[in-house]
Design a protein around this ligand. Sequence first.
Ligand SMILES: [Zn+2]
Length: 276
Amino acid sequence: MGLAIGSFLNVCIYRIPKKKFLAAHRSFCPDCNTSIKWYDNIPLLSYILLRGRCRACKAKISVCYPLVELLTGYVFVHLYYVFIQCRHESPCVFICYAVLCCALIIVTFVDLKLLIIPNEVTFVGIPLALVLSVICPSLHDAHHTLRNFSLVGIYRLDALIASILGIFVGGFLIFICGILGKLAFRKDAMGFGDVKLMAMIGGIVGWKLVLAIFFVAPFFGLLMAVPVLILKKSRMIPYGPFLSFATLVCIILQDYFIGIVNLYIQFFIVIFTGFN
Ligand SMILES: [Zn+2]
């Protein structure tokens, strides 16, 4: 399933930045415009059988296509293993995380290619996060997100509030970073696309985990940015892929990261009540 959905994600990655309607055409070769037969469109397998070339014009097919398929397949298997096999969560939770990861894979590859985070993903993703939180409220209870914020006590409404809180915390953190960066470097340091991306992520994972993602992502960013800055001498580095990778890591190791966030919260509570 992951491989097949990965194949669809390839279509999204190619067509969304070009504003092409997703279902408008069959898949075609971008070099010779020949439409691709179904037997040449089997995820991963077709790429291997055709040795990475178009059957009609022999143009090279980008290695990104099988890579996206393989990555999506891997992510699905890993999420299934963690949430269904090990944690026995409802399939609903697995589906919500899988949907989020699909959006993140699209964002990652579009951002790597074009240095933009497409609004088509985040503007659909943010309301979708709210809807998924209501449909699948257990998405938010493993986090004990609302232990201090249980305002209404209605299960689905609490999940919706948790999601809204996640959207605001996620968006706000990156927004503040952007403002501080602009003050420090006197030019745009953080795209507004990243703000919307973190809002979308927060809507699914809740405010505690989005806080962890915010602090984890720069470590991956730093690991990658140093070689890129030395080799390419480009000063523009897409941040979407790091936020996305940090999100995957934090979702899979969520007990660990939420534990750390809880420790910090207790620490600050002690400090503030201590002063009182
Ligand atoms: Zn071709």
